[in-house]
Design a protein around this ligand. Structure first.
Ligand code: OGA
Ligand code: ZN
Length: 375
């Protein structure tokens, strides 16, 4: 609980010096817009009733007074009066609590191959399913590292949907609620062959891209077929460190991805490296199979190809990758806006059968916050 040491104000802003010596600078329009009273917020659900255009353009502070732990602010020209709880003001003050983006590279633990010499983060399906504490830990690992492995997942078709139910919602697509990754005759997608797949993120041709992917191994008796994962945020950071112009070219020039089969023609125009307003990486995309015709102004094409090649070369660096063989009962769950996956080619003899499904990051982050709040 923080107390006010001293406050002062003029028409434009209120300044508070708190007892811990931190200082808040709060502008009149922000204070009016963040009124917490029932006239401005529904008291039951906290949703805002006020629209920015309801606030006079020339809103200004007329008077401020302190009563116990409430700061009372009166405005001109409309005479509106509101009061703020001091704890709320301290916790929400915008210069003391700058905006944070939970998708940004800044809050993540970037990794390379040697980060997991002791093994990848792994939880048992049963504890993930039954124990909120273990689910919280596993989802926290997804937030920090971008992936987690679950083992002892029951070897049943569609079981990965039960995993999704524990943190969010299935993102059904034209491949269905889940899809079979196994060698097929006349495959619509190279994933359904025994060919190796270079590192990629799935479905960059969807808008929005599915934020979470799951792959559950049901059978694996072939030679080869190892899985590879790598941290796309680390690769983007290396690109920026090695050549900031290349990084800028890939974040500023958007390209098209496309998937077509007999029933779908999906297209999205998106950047390979997506940044937020602070130029922090929030999403990467890379998929050699589904990148569409590259159409950029002639003056940019050469720079684009140099940057694209540089980025692809970084993604091929083996020291950034982890390689392991998914065994039956193992499931990998990963952030499909950050973690690239690949698989090595596998033999024609034996059987390899995975099931894949998608979900979205917002649901996972929402569950994580609720589990944190209840822990
Ligand atoms: C996929 C895929 C990898 C594998 O289906 O998206 O990349 O290990 N599969 O088969
Ligand atoms: Zn894939």
């Amino acid at each position: 609980m923080n107390h006010i040491k001293v406050f002062s104000y003029n028409a434009a802003e209120l300044r508070i010096v708190w007892e811990d010596t931190s200082e808040s600078q709060l502008q009149a329009v922000w204070l009016r817009d963040h009124c917490q009273m029932p006239a401005s917020r529904n008291p039951d659900n906290g949703q805002r009733l006020l629209n920015i255009t309801d606030i006079p353009e020339n809103i200004a502070i007329a008077e401020v007074s302190l009563e116990d732990r409430r700061l009372i602010v009166q405005f001109t020209p409309d005479g509106y009066c509101t009061e703020f709880d001091l704890d709320w003001l301290y916790d929400n003050c915008y210069n003391l609590n700058p905006h944070s983006d939970d998708r940004s590279e800044v809050g993540k633990i970037l990794w390379s191959g040697k980060s997991f010499e002791q093994g990848v983060p792994r939880y048992s399906y049963t504890t993930f399913y039954e124990q909120p504490k273990s689910r919280l830990a596993a989802l926290q690992v997804v937030k920090d590292y971008g992936f987690v492995l679950l083992d002892a997942v029951p070897n049943k078709a569609g079981q990965l949907l039960k995993v999704i139910e524990q943190f969010g919602f299935v993102r059904e697509t034209n491949y269905g609620p889940y899809f079979e990754v196994q060698t097929k005759i006349d495959p619509s997608n190279l994933a359904y062959t025994n060919l190796g797949l270079g590192c990629h993120l799935d479905n960059p041709y969807r808008d929005p891209v599915p934020g979470i992917q799951l792959l559950h191994c049901l059978e694996s008796s072939t030679e080869g077929g190892e899985s590879i994962l790598q941290d796309g945020f680390m690769a983007a950071k290396i690109l920026r460190d090695e050549d900031s112009d290349h990084f800028a070219v890939l974040s500023q020039n958007w390209v098209n991805f496309r998937f077509r089969d007999s029933s779908a023609d999906l297209q999205a125009r998106v950047p390979l490296i997506e940044v937020n307003d602070l130029d922090e990486v929030i999403k990467v995309r890379f998929n050699n199979r589904s990148i569409d015709t590259i159409k950029l102004p002639p003056s940019i094409m050469q720079q684009f190809y140099a940057a694209y090649r540089h980025y692809a070369e970084i993604l091929e660096r083996e020291d950034l990758q982890i390689v392991f063989k998914l065994e039956p009962g193992e499931l990998i769950l990963f952030d499909n806006t950050r973690i690239l996956h690949a698989r090595k080619a596998y033999s024609a003899g034996g059987t390899r059968h995975l099931q894949g499904a998608y979900s979205d990051l917002d649901g996972l982050y929402s569950s994580l916050r609720k589990l944190e709040a209840n822990s």
